[in-house]
Design a protein around this ligand. Structure first.
Ligand SMILES: Cc1cn([C@H]2C[C@H](O)[C@@H](COP(=O)(O)O)O2)c(=O)[nH]c1=O
Ligand SMILES: [Mg+2]
Length: 212
């Protein structure tokens, strides 16, 4: 891991920050809802602010659709070509990430899980990062289905329960507030980051740097 020389030649380690993509920088839920309503204008839907499970299908499963095939078909919306490429930005996220990467003693990587049906989601995540953050960020995109295996000091991610092969990952989980977790209690010593716009992220990163 990189180290930098600080005042008085005290070595200060670089803070390694991992940042999730879907629902932390890219508005997966909003885009899904718009696409769902376009495809099924006469079916019930769940407004983004009423979402309360991580997996969309879990909550949509409880709706009374007039056509039962909707239940089985809705996953096709986010599995389809261009869905991930066209996700809108979450307000302030990309600017915050670029600014964070300029902070002294901080390295930022994007850490995202492609769908199991990776055909479109994996390459389109690269497209998204290139378009919204810039081509240099291609070098900083980590795609993995198991984030516990990735080394870092912090992982900012909307998924409240991140599990994988490692029970004690190296990073501390900062839960990014999203529709799926807005009413859930953040347990243990996890922190919450509610948005990218009120500047809280800066203070949080500075605090983490001090604790290295
Ligand atoms: C809401 C939701 C998400 N997914 C998929 C979409 C992405 O590939 C991952 C989430 O990635 P992240 O790096 O943890 O943000 O999960 C899904 O399959 N079904 C859903 O309902
Ligand atoms: Mg996410």
């Amino acid at each position: 891991m990189a180290a930098r020389r600080g005042i008085g030649s005290m070595a200060q380690r670089t803070l390694m920050v991992l940042i999730d993509l879907d629902e932390t920088l890219a508005a997966f839920e909003k885009h899904f809802m718009i696409k769902f309503r376009e495809k099924y204008p006469n079916e019930p839907y769940i407004p983004v602010e009423k979402r309360n499970t991580f997996y969309i299908a879990e909550q949509y499963d409880k709706l009374n659709f007039t056509d039962d095939s909707v239940r089985l078909e809705l996953k096709k919306i986010y599995r389809s070509e261009h869905f991930f490429r066209d996700l809108p930005e979450i307000e302030g996220g990309c600017d915050a990430v670029k600014e964070m990467a300029e902070m002294e003693g901080v390295e930022v990587f994007i850490c995202s899980s492609p769908l199991f049906q990776y055909k479109y989601s994996a390459p389109e995540k690269y497209e998204w990062v290139e378009k919204h953050l810039g081509p240099d960020w291609i070098n900083r995109l980590i795609l993995t289905r198991d984030k516990t295996m990735i080394n870092g000091d912090i992982l900012i991610d909307d998924k409240i329960h991140i599990t994988g092969a490692l029970h004690n990952p190296s990073w501390k989980h900062v839960v990014f507030t999203a529709p799926n977790n807005q009413n859930m209690k953040v347990k243990g010593d996890k922190l919450r980051l509610n948005n990218w716009t009120d500047g809280t992220w800066r203070t949080m990163i500075e605090d983490f740097k001090k604790r290295l």
